[in-house]
Design a protein around this ligand. Structure first.
Ligand SMILES: [Zn+2]
Length: 102
């Protein structure tokens, strides 16, 4: 359906705003789809186990871990987040994985 041609400056402004909102929603939807596709790819262990990864919370991030081979998979930025924190966080991170059944 073709949009109605706006006749007043107000209508033109509203039409432009509406077009911007539509474009923004489309971008948001594309980003959500890309994120879902990325998550779907990472649902099984990249180490070749074909085991479903489990998400384990560590502080304020969710870390993907393979229950078969104990492989740990970090999303972009997560390693930086852990290692840029204080030394006790890094130690807690090691303890976190040592404490898990492999
Ligand atoms: Zn694995």
């Amino acid at each position: 359906m073709a949009p109605k041609k706006p006749s007043t400056p107000e209508e033109e402004y509203i039409a432009r705003q509406e077009a911007k909102r539509r474009e923004f929603r489309q971008i948001q939807q594309k980003q959500a789809e890309a994120e879902a596709a990325r998550k779907a790819r990472w649902r099984t262990c990249p180490g070749g186990c074909e085991t479903k990864l489990v998400e384990q919370p560590f502080r304020d991030i969710l870390i993907d871990r393979c229950p078969t081979c104990s492989g740990v998979w970090l999303d972009p930025g997560e390693l930086e987040k852990i290692s840029s924190d204080d030394a006790s966080t890094v130690q807690a991170f090691f303890d976190f994985f040592r404490g898990q059944p492999g």
